[in-house]
Write a protein that binds this ligand. Structure first.
Ligand SMILES: O=C(O)CCC(=O)C(=O)O
Length: 273
């Protein structure tokens, strides 16, 4: 297996980055992974998406959600090269530092490919789907190519993770319309910006976010890893989506127990260092 040192080496998270993340609910960090690493993994992950994708309808026959991206989860369980990437100690340590926890476990990984001509990703908060007992969860969003505005980079409503708005809305027409209204009414800053190659973002599970359409003729290839506090407990599912996630990503865990099944390996911990 080709080895890339940047997957495991430390990325120093300055105190002001942590403050920015806590205040605004997200952060964009440059030069986190090298162009060589990203070029290599773009090939490998794209191959897996092609192999594992189950969405074969033409874009115009899909609903809003499914026009936004092809979604393939837990590739780490199926391919050891992708596992090496998803288990990156560097990415996991940044997650632990931003969340200010002693360590983080895998909730799941997920490739999100916005196809050429793919639609916008409606406004939403991820934790609507997750039966997690605290807000200490975070997604790293890793574009596998330079991502200009025309490709649909991720963007965030600043400070929205603290406000508690729209937590009951799954991704769809209603989340798009209602959250757009809330962001405007509450004067929350929201500015879409491009991602350089090597730049990644981290956002809390409760941060409101969206992405524009992909108007280019190339796929917007993105890999994500969702981390949770190493001591995260299972909450009583608040809706049907959370029941599905409990069964798929936390099998056998009871409400109030720490989520640490084989599906949730420890990816970084200061307790072990
Ligand atoms: O990639 C996208 O368009 C959406 C990503 C997203 O919502 C997420 O990673 O939480």
């Amino acid at each position: 297996m080709t080895e890339f040192k940047d997957l495991d080496s430390d990325y120093s998270v300055a105190a002001e980055y942590i403050e920015y993340f806590k205040e605004n609910g997200y952060i964009k960090l440059k030069d986190v992974l090298s162009p060589e690493t990203l070029d290599y993994y773009r090939e490998v992950i794209s191959e897996q998406v092609k192999l594992l994708n189950t969405q074969h309808l033409p874009l115009e026959e899909r609903d809003l959600y499914h026009r936004a991206f092809l979604q393939v989860s837990n590739i780490w369980r199926k391919n050891d090269i992708v596992k090496r990437f998803a288990f990156s100690r560097r990415l996991a340590k940044i997650a632990a530092d931003l969340l200010e926890v002693s360590g983080v476990r895998m909730y799941h990984d997920q490739a999100l490919y916005k196809e050429p001509g793919g639609g916008f990703t409606p406004w939403h908060a991820d934790q609507q789907y997750w039966p997690l007992a605290s807000e200490k969860s975070v997604t790293v969003w890793i574009p596998l190519q330079k991502t200009p505005l025309e490709m649909g980079p991720l963007s965030f409503a600043m400070g929205s993770h603290k406000k508690g708005f729209a937590r009951d809305l799954p991704i769809g027409e209603e989340s798009e319309t209602k959250i757009a209204e809330i962001v405007k009414r509450e004067n929350m800053s929201h500015l879409a910006s491009s991602f350089d190659l090597g730049e990644v973002s981290y956002h809390y599970g409760w941060t409101l976010h969206r992405a524009g359409p992909n108007s280019t003729d190339k796929a917007r290839a993105v890999m994500t890893v969702i981390y949770m506090d190493e001591d995260m407990k299972l909450a009583e599912p608040a809706n049907e989506n959370q029941k599905v996630d409990r069964d798929v990503f936390c099998p056998g865990v009871k409400v109030g127990e720490v989520i640490k099944t084989d599906m949730n390996p420890l990816l970084f911990s200061y307790r072990n260092s």
